[in-house]
Design a protein around this ligand. Structure first.
Ligand code: XIL
Length: 400
């Protein structure tokens, strides 16, 4: 669904364009607020990686994969550490990218003082509120979204028995949202979980969580669909859309927040093609849903995916391979965003066929961070002063 006249006009033009338009540019043209990627501190010393993460044609938004979690931000009670999270927040700001903040309350990556403390409902509630107040206050004004509560549900829709649920009961959820809203009234507050995309018991329970928070008179703005999938298990575009709409009907927005599509290794042409279809359907369902605001992949290159260490035998879940070369999934995402993608045989000679496009060539140089070369690139090949067109990889040169 299109959220602006500009988006509608651009989308009318998009099917006629065969271009080097990036994922974020295509997402905005299709009416979304952003296309983004997660990242992590250790990866930022890899300069070609950093250059592509900073390429705002593809990524208008970033999420810290680990550095805002509880073990990172409050490793011992009352002692807060924001150094690592700030690196990611500063990077987003320097690049002009939106920041999704992740995550305040989760059963994983908790310090032992939380998991092994001897709590009463009152003392854990106070510790929870203090954690949220400090972290949200620190990042006030810098995040577009906070994932306030993450993965509170089992697959059958019952509550996960984490320390918060067993000590406080389900009210830990509205308590957490209330603390976040008090610390930053402007940031959008999300419930975030995986396997909601199938509908069913878990999705129904997530809708009940939204209503639990609403009925407590507390602000909840959105539901994040993590979208961690195995290849070939992604529902159809229309089925995904119905599930998204069952949430927006409650008056909240939705976003895909951690998308990846893992493949049993080794990959094949068939599984890579299916992965492209899966990504196409995922992002397409967001385009088809008024109130679906963005799409974030859980890092952009297979080199830094969490999948191989978490799902033995699986990998290759992202649109770029370990050598930063685009996979068919990249074109699948563009297709889902309404861009006509050249066939593989014409990839290296792609041209802009619409004279009305404003997304590519220009007679002045590309701006700082802009693309200035690479296979298939038909846009500017010089940079505006004082930036230099710098080779990153065969697909991408950037003004640095
Ligand atoms: C993952 C990170 O990517 C890993 O580096 C870390 O070891 C474990 O957590 N759902 C979430 C994310 O909400 O925070 C998880 O991130 C992936 C699953």
């Amino acid at each position: 669904m299109f959220h602006s006249l500009t988006g509608a006009l651009a989308a009318c033009l998009l099917p006629n364009i065969v271009s080097a338009i990036g994922l974020h540019e295509a997402a905005v043209a299709a009416g979304l607020e952003f296309f983004g990627s997660a990242t992590d501190n250790g990866e930022l010393t890899d300069l070609p990686y950093l250059a592509q993460l900073s390429n705002t044609s593809d990524f208008g938004q970033i999420t810290p994969g680990n550095s805002q979690k509880w073990d990172s931000t409050e490793p011992s009670q009352g002692t807060f550490s924001f150094t690592r999270g700030d690196v990611i927040a500063d990077l987003a700001e320097d690049n002009g990218q939106l920041l999704r903040c992740h995550t305040l309350v989760w059963h994983q990556q908790l310090p032992s003082w939380v998991t092994s403390g001897s709590w009463t409902s009152a003392t854990l509630t106070a510790a929870l509120q203090n954690h949220i107040t400090n972290v949200v206050t620190h990042y006030k004004g810098r995040c577009i979204h906070w994932d306030v509560v993450n993965e509170a549900l089992n697959e059958d829709g019952t509550y996960r028995t984490n320390i918060f649920y067993t000590t406080i009961g389900e009210s830990y959820i509205p308590i957490a949202f209330a603390a976040a809203a008090a610390a930053d009234p402007d940031v959008k507050l999300y419930y975030n979980d995986y396997n909601l995309e199938y509908g069913g018991a878990k999705a129904a329970a997530a809708r009940a969580i939204v209503q639990l928070i609403q009925n407590a008179g507390v602000k909840v703005d959105g539901v994040g669909f993590q979208a961690h999938f195995g290849v070939g298990t992604v529902p159809s575009r229309s089925s995904l859309t119905s599930v998204l709409k069952s949430f927006t009907a409650l008056g909240v927005e939705v976003a895909y927040t951690e998308a990846d599509v893992r493949i049993q290794l080794p990959t094949s042409a068939t599984t890579l093609a299916q992965q492209a279809t899966d990504f196409r359907n995922l992002v397409g369902s967001c385009v088809d849903t008024d109130g679906c605001v963005g799409f974030t992949i859980w890092d952009w290159t297979d080199k830094y995916s969490w999948v191989p260490s978490t799902f033995p035998g699986y990998g290759a879940p992202l649109p770029w391979d370990e050598n930063f070369v685009k996979k068919p999934a990249y074109d699948g995402l563009l297709a889902g965003l309404g861009v006509t993608v050249p066939s593989p045989t014409t990839t290296t000679t792609a041209t802009v066929t619409s004279t009305t496009s404003t997304t590519t060539s220009t007679s002045t140089g590309a701006p700082r961070w802009g693309q200035c070369g690479g296979n298939g690139w038909t846009g500017p090949t010089v940079c505006s002063s004082p930036w230099t067109c710098t080779y990153v990889n065969d697909w991408y040169s950037q003004c640095l």
